[in-house]
Design a protein around this ligand. Structure first.
Ligand SMILES: [Zn+2]
Length: 475
């Protein structure tokens, strides 16, 4: 496709999204349907996300491991709900080494079953608990309607798996991972989310309870940003994972699992991008600052590059001779680089630089004589905060309450945001909602469910309501 062609406006989200991914050189569809090739610039964003989150996961007490890509089919089928939930999406290897395999192998859709098999052998006594493992890897869940980053048959993610002596400890683990994801997504990706419990229908196949952090995109469709599952004893009973407690008695361990994936990048693109292209929060921008020399200023630009580089910024010098400054601005804006520094001959005379803020377009003149490094640091911080502030305001204004079934249908049909409603939390009711409106419950927000509900009937079926839920169509 023509690189010069204008970007589609963001109002047309679906086309704009494809367009930005292509023009900012993030990823492309691979020859295998539903799978994606992440290009260097897109992968650099993933690496930054991964590095930042990995630090937090280790601080949280989990250790990284690597488990195999293949899982014996029989492992997956041990847990009835688990295999039923994943069957439509799994890829199975039946032949290897030129022969039909005795037992087919599943390409992991998630690794609970194989990790629990190891835990059974690694856990002996209460002294081995809690056991917290994490792995960064790829998984496969066959996708009928692929969309780059948001839904692909193969994707990158991290999956945490933990074992605990008591239910209370496992529940605490879940709570603290919800907080960890919520804060990470807010502080690093500048995206606000809603924390809450998943409904019966939407919970993880095999879990006792599932929780999620959900973000709302500018077109008012939701993205599930991360999930955290309380598995109780469901999986430990099946895999026979026990420990000897202090009194010498044998007990099953309580388990959890949690993960986030490359779909975070999809949400990042939609949340912050604009009509000029990608906009990246400085914390995950592979290039935080681009320097564009204008006229005969390359020497100064090079010196500035070295200074910024040595100060720890991710900086790029756009010294291409055959591209005009205007075209460089256009391209670097498309790539979402937070700060552009322009140096012309007049700036050199005055010993100053011009900084352009990617989000607001505002120019700041900085004197090279002053502590300009600190000023640039402040500017990046300001951009990070502005992005979070804008996204938070937008989400806050997009939570709308539905009191009647008609209102509910209408709000969903017109994609007004997170539709807040009293709800019975029953599977059949949610199936009917999904059938008629195309939406499902995103989660039962903690903040909305702090108090018991009284005098509230289900917005859809009219039964007594048990919870307040947010409904929305989702990516
Ligand atoms: Zn209902």
């Amino acid at each position: 496709m023509n690189k010069q062609r204008e970007l589609v406006k963001k109002d047309n989200m679906a086309e704009w999204y494809q367009n930005v991914i292509e023009k900012a050189d993030l990823a492309e569809h691979s020859p295998v349907k539903g799978c994606m090739t992440i290009k260097p610039y897109g992968y650099a964003i993933w690496e930054l996300i991964r590095n930042e989150l990995d630090i937090l996961i280790k601080k949280h007490g989990a250790k990284n491991m690597s488990f195999p890509l293949f899982i014996p089919y029989s492992y997956l089928s041990r847990e009835k709900d688990h295999v039923e939930g994943f069957s439509p999406e799994i890829a199975v290897v039946t032949h290897a080494g030129g022969k039909k395999l005795q037992e087919p192998l599943v390409v992991r859709p998630t690794s609970e079953t194989i990790i629990h098999e190891s835990m059974r052998r690694w856990i002996y006594s209460y002294k081995d608990l809690p056991l917290k493992l994490n792995q960064w890897c790829n998984v496969v869940r066959w996708e009928k309607h692929p969309r780059l980053f948001l839904r692909t048959s193969e994707f990158q993610w991290q999956e945490g798996h933990t074992a605990h002596a008591t239910e209370q400890e496992a529940r605490q683990e879940v709570e603290s991972m919800v907080e960890l994801y919520y804060n990470f997504i807010k502080d690093v990706l500048a995206i606000p989310t809603v924390k809450g419990q998943k409904s019966e229908k939407e919970k993880f196949a095999g879990a006792v309870d599932s929780y999620s952090v959900e973000a709302l995109m500018p077109d008012n469709k939701a993205v599930q940003m991360g999930t955290i599952h309380y598995l109780g004893l469901n999986f430990s009973k099946i895999a026979d994972v026990k420990f000897v407690d202090e009194s010498g008695a044998e007990n099953f361990v309580y388990m959890t699992s949690w993960g986030v994936s490359t779909r975070l990048i999809g949400a990042l693109i939609m949340t912050h991008g604009d009509d000029k292209g990608l906009v990246l929060p400085p914390k995950v921008a592979p290039v935080q600052i681009v320097i564009v020399p204008i006229g005969n200023t390359l020497e100064t630009a090079q010196r500035l590059f070295n200074e910024l580089n040595n100060s720890g910024f991710r900086v790029e010098l756009d010294d291409r001779q055959d591209v005009r400054p205007g075209a460089k601005y256009f391209e670097n804006e498309m790539r979402g680089i937070p700060v552009r520094i322009e140096i012309g001959e007049r700036e050199i005379e005055n010993n100053e630089i011009q900084c352009v803020n990617r989000v607001t377009g505002k120019r700041t003149v900085l004197s090279l004589g002053s502590d300009y490094i600190q000023s640039i640091k402040d500017l990046l911080q300001e951009i990070q905060s502005t992005l979070l502030k804008n996204a938070t305001e937008r989400m806050r204004n997009s939570v709308v309450e539905a009191k009647t079934k008609e209102e509910f249908s209408d709000l969903i049909e017109n994609q007004k945001g997170f539709i807040k409603a009293c709800w019975c939390d029953e599977k059949e009711c949610e199936v009917s909602i999904k059938d008629k409106t195309g939406a499902n419950s995103r989660n039962l927000p903690f903040a909305e469910n702090e108090k018991e509900l009284t005098d509230c009937t289900c917005v859809w079926c009219g039964k007594k309501a048990k919870k307040i839920a947010y409904f929305c169509k989702a990516y």
